[in-house]
Design a binder for this molecule. Structure first.
Ligand SMILES: Cc1cc2nc3c(=O)[nH]c(=O)nc-3n(C[C@H](O)[C@H](O)[C@H](O)COP(=O)(O)OP(=O)(O)OC[C@H]3O[C@@H](n4cnc5c(N)ncnc54)[C@H](O)[C@@H]3O)c2cc1C
Length: 490
């Protein structure tokens, strides 16, 4: 069969959509990617302001999937830096090294509090919550109530905007798996001294993740794929369980294109509303039951060559609204055009339409400047310029209803013979870049006759063992179970 004839349409040129297109080109097909924005990269894009580069939330590159790692290396070559992670937690006027260092933690907590932490840990082992349905129960059973309150509760509530009692345990299981208090202490005591594998470092393109997506786009185009920017898909016709054609708007004009296979990384909630004839009532209702958390970043350019040594600081203190602070030149020196200046990203988690989301730019800048000074990280008088970016649908929310709603939509989507959803919002799954890319790769392999279950990616560790064989991956995977890498995004 001549694969080139297959009319593959990919919605979205984020990591998932671009990887799908690249894989299609590798398989001798000619995909068309339709991207609403004026650039590639989706949430993982790199923005720039007056020569200062910044991510929409710092994006670390780490993966257990050899195929993805090989692709990253191939795309970035020498422009892929190995960055030793340096991050900390700010709580109760103290900076805790993160990952934890015992002496630092002991010093900050004090002897009494450290003793209480151990008591509370012991009590959680003797009398754990019998059922682990919520985030609070899952974490408390593993770390004890006291550590949960210091290191998890306030920050998690800032990220999600809802009490931890309302966050499902699935989320913790997916994001904090492999981490326990014993493991954390083991890592703190021995990891950074003896074992190279326990040193936490990550990869990062010299001028941010956007470089990766630009190169992936170029490679896809060189191979015969098309990436059409400023092209928003608005409707999808279907008949006999097949998507037949897609309508998109490009430069104010409507275009229709026949579809043989559709691979979509658009939010699953918008995908179902694009269908014509309409999706069944219960599916539309389920899509209204899925929610997202949005994200604002206030960038400050500060007239100081250096402010702090961390790449980012988690702000657990409940008295300020900022959730995390990035220091982009500590990710890569090339993120700033002038070494005498520093660029800081004050990150706020919010809901579209809430007070933060609708706050005028000047007020947001005022709030962020006050909080930066209150935390003692910089003097507001040293701020020379600022930039504000709002990112809708940054985090798919795992609330108590999401899994029922998602199953209804999943079942409906599975009824189509030529439709696959990929990526993060495409699957309403808390996928990192590598998971998102892997689903894109697999979706195309399914079109060529494979039978990958995309929904299992990022769900079960055992899945990796089976799939890496199918994908021809090497046996060895790089995975450090003791390091809480999965907090990167939080
Ligand atoms: C704050 C933050 C920090 C993160 N940090 C990390 C990290 O450190 N490491 C990591 O691995 N991952 C991280 N992630 C996750 C990472 O951003 C995602 O895994 C990745 O961007 C998902 O890629 P995607 O292609 O599935 O989706 P997206 O990046 O959302 O891309 C989807 C694309 O589809 C386009 N689109 C949507 N609807 C339409 C339509 N109707 N028509 C045409 N185009 C459309 C969008 O414009 C977008 O470009 C982070 C995420 C956030 C929010």
């Amino acid at each position: 069969m001549n694969q080139r004839k297959k009319n593959i349409v990919v919605i979205g040129a984020g990591p998932a959509g671009l990887t799908a297109a690249h894989e299609a080109v590798k398989q001798k097909m000619a995909p068309l990617v339709l991207e609403r924005a004026d650039r590639v990269g989706g949430i993982a894009r790199t923005e720039s302001y007056k020569g200062y580069y910044f991510d929409v939330g710092g994006h670390r590159f780490f993966t257990k999937f050899e195929k993805i790692s090989a692709l990253w290396q191939d795309l970035m070559g020498e422009d892929f830096l190995k960055v030793p992670r340096k991050s900390s937690i700010y709580f109760n006027n103290h900076f805790y090294n993160y990952p934890l260092r015992p002496l630092n933690a002991l010093f900050n907590l004090g002897i009494n509090e450290s003793f209480m932490v151990m008591l509370s840990f012991a009590s959680s082992k003797i009398r754990p919550y019998p059922k682990e349905e919520t985030f609070e129960e899952w974490v408390s059973n593993r770390f004890g109530q006291r550590l949960y309150k210091i290191f998890f509760k306030t920050y998690t509530e800032k990220v999600w905007g809802i009490p931890c009692k309302q966050i499902r345990a699935d989320w913790a299981a997916q994001r904090i798996k492999g981490l326990s208090l014993t493991a954390t202490i083991y890592n703190a005591l021995f990891g950074f001294q003896n074992s190279k594998s326990l040193i936490d470092e990550f990869d990062y393109p010299t001028r941010g993740p956007g470089m990766m997506w630009d190169r992936l786009q170029e490679k896809t185009k060189t191979g015969g794929g098309k990436v059409l920017l400023n092209s928003e898909v608005i409707s999808l016709n279907h008949e006999n369980e097949h998507i037949t054609d897609a309508t998109y708007i490009h430069q104010g004009k409507r275009f229709e294109i026949a579809v043989e296979h559709l691979v979509s990384s658009a939010p699953i909630t918008s995908l179902v509303t694009m269908l014509k004839p309409k999706a069944p009532k219960e599916v539309l209702e389920a899509s209204r039951g899925l929610f997202y958390r949005a994200f604002i970043i206030v960038i400050f350019i500060i007239d100081k060559p250096s402010l702090f040594s961390e790449q980012w600081i988690y702000i657990h203190s409940p008295n300020v609204r900022v959730g995390r602070i990035q220091n982009f030149k500590n990710w890569s020196a090339e993120m700033v055009p002038d070494p005498d200046y520093t660029s800081i990203g004050m990150e706020y988690f919010c809901n579209e339409g809430d007070d933060l989301w609708t706050m005028p730019k000047t007020e947001l800048v005022g709030l962020a400047a006050r909080e930066l000074a209150e935390l003692g990280l910089a003097d507001a008088n040293d701020i020379v310029d600022e930039f504000v970016l709002r990112q809708p649908k940054a985090y798919p929310v795992y609330d108590q209803n999401y899994s029922n709603c998602l199953s209804i939509i999943q079942e409906f989507i599975a009824s189509f013979k030529n439709l696959q959803t990929i990526g993060r919002n495409g699957m309403h799954r808390y996928n990192n870049m590598d998971h998102s890319m892997l689903t894109g790769m697999m979706a195309i392999q399914n079109i060529t006759g494979c039978n990958h279950d995309l929904w299992s990616v990022n769900e079960e560790e055992e899945y990796l063992e089976n799939e890496k064989k199918k994908l021809g991956m090497q046996e060895k995977i790089t995975f450090t179970p003791f390091t809480p890498k999965d907090f990167s995004e939080m």
